[in-house]
Design a binder for this molecule. Structure first.
Ligand SMILES: *Cc1c(COP(=O)(O)O)cnc(C)c1O
Length: 404
């Protein structure tokens, strides 16, 4: 997969650590209002030009203090289950709430109906179990399809079209279910597919060919088609014209309303993780620095994906740079953020700034090893700083036992 442009994240700070970041406690995340609004405007323009509806997939970014920046540009939120649906309903009142979950629970479904207006099922059996209930409650009902078209290589955990995938309904699965329960078809208001991850619109175009081939007959019967997420629309160089052609093609050919539900794209390159150097050491030839942020706890995708997050002031093309392995303070040997080429060896107390840290971080971190949750700050458009959280010991303890 293509590596993100490592310089882009720092244009928002002029390539230096800004003075307003200097005296706050590390580790901490900083969300950047200007960058969030810039992304939102770009997404809003796509929706304005094409008439498609944009949703925020909250699993990538759910810092609701920032929802107001997105509000003028989106139709609503997308949730992965009950809690995110409730968050969307509470924090974006009056907007649409869509939910997709691979397995809805009978004991939560009634409550879910209070928050969500569009409910997408993963399988015909889930549709059969809950679809009629959703319809009676006046909800718009969709089925997630699996167009069986893998457009990404080497990242099976992000490929819902991999063989044996549990995500979405293949045509064979649908045909079998429809034979037994033809009434399933009448429940469908929409189709949903989600097959991309950090991809450009050429892969969307390829996917749509497969959607047409396997599900064209259903697509022409439904009111809406949701293209899922994984569209890297706000990345410099993304082919927006092709995306808009894809949207128009579906609107015209299937007379359907088009939804997109990106997560990353809303908050791409719109946040930082600030960390301080706690120790500098050497093991044989390996130069090491321990920082107060942890890959395992505070940027889990670095290990899961895996990827190398951008770090200000380092340059892998620098000939005489000093390669330093940065790792967290936890006991996990693999808690290594990556190896970076520094111009000068970092020292105890140095402040380091990682870029592109607004997505899949604050909503995905953990307190393994009793690591504190980094506080979340917001840098406003006028560069003033607002502290949004004040995490401490109780945020660690309360997840582990009684509150007595
Ligand atoms: C993850 C996910 C998204 C958002 O994906 P991004 O890669 O963050 O754009 C949208 N819809 C569904 C169903 C998802 O699982």
């Amino acid at each position: 997969m293509e590596r993100l442009d490592k310089r882009a994240p720092f244009t928002a700070t002029g390539g230096v650590i800004p003075p307003e970041f200097q005296n706050i406690k590390t580790p901490c995340y900083i969300l950047d209002e200007k960058a969030l609004i810039k992304n939102a405007k770009l997404l809003g323009e796509v929706s304005e030009r094409t008439g498609c509806k944009m949703l925020l997939a909250q699993k990538a970014f759910s810092n609701y203090d920032c929802y107001r920046f997105f509000e003028p540009y989106l139709a609503g939120t997308e949730a992965s289950g009950l809690f995110e649906a409730r968050l969307g309903a509470e924090e974006m009142p009056g907007k649409e709430v869509h939910v997709f979950c691979a397995g809805y629970r009978a004991d939560e479904f009634e409550e879910l109906l209070q928050y969500a207006d569009h409910i997408v099922f993963n399988s015909p059996s889930q549709l059969l179990r809950f679809g009629a209930k959703a319809k009676v409650a006046g909800k718009s009902v969709g089925l997630r399809i699996n167009p069986e078209c893998s457009t990404q290589e080497g990242h099976d955990i992000y490929d819902p079209c991999a063989p044996g995938s549990r995500m979405g309904t293949t045509r064979a699965q649908w045909d079998e279910a429809f034979q037994k329960n033809p009434e399933l078809l009448d429940l469908l208001d929409g189709l949903h597919f989600h097959t991309l991850c950090e991809q450009d619109s050429d892969d969307l175009e390829t996917t749509l060919v497969s959607v047409k081939k396997h599900f064209g007959d259903l697509a022409s019967r439904v009111k809406w088609i949701n293209f899922g997420g994984g569209h890297h629309i706000t990345r410099p160089g993304y082919d927006i014209e092709r995306l808009e052609r894809c949207i128009r093609m579906v609107q015209e050919e299937w007379k359907a309303e088009v939804y997109l539900e990106p997560g990353e794209a809303w908050a791409l390159n719109a946040g930082f993780l600030l960390t301080s150097v706690l120790d500098v050491l050497k093991n044989g030839e390996t130069q090491i620095a321990i920082v107060d942020a942890s890959a395992a706890c505070h940027m889990p995708d670095v290990l899961e994906m895996p990827y190398l997050p951008p770090l200000l002031g380092t340059d892998e093309t620098e000939e005489d740079g000093i390669t330093v392995r940065l790792g967290g303070p936890t006991c996990l040997s693999g808690d290594v953020i990556g190896e970076y080429k520094f111009r000068q060896l970092p020292e105890y107390g140095d402040l380091l700034m990682f870029g592109d840290m607004a997505i899949y971080t604050t909503c995905k971190n953990n307190t393994f090893n009793g690591m504190p949750l980094p506080d979340i700050w917001l840098r406003h458009g006028d560069n003033t700083m607002q502290q949004l959280t004040d995490f401490g010991y109780m945020d660690f303890k309360e997840r582990l036992g009684s509150r007595e």
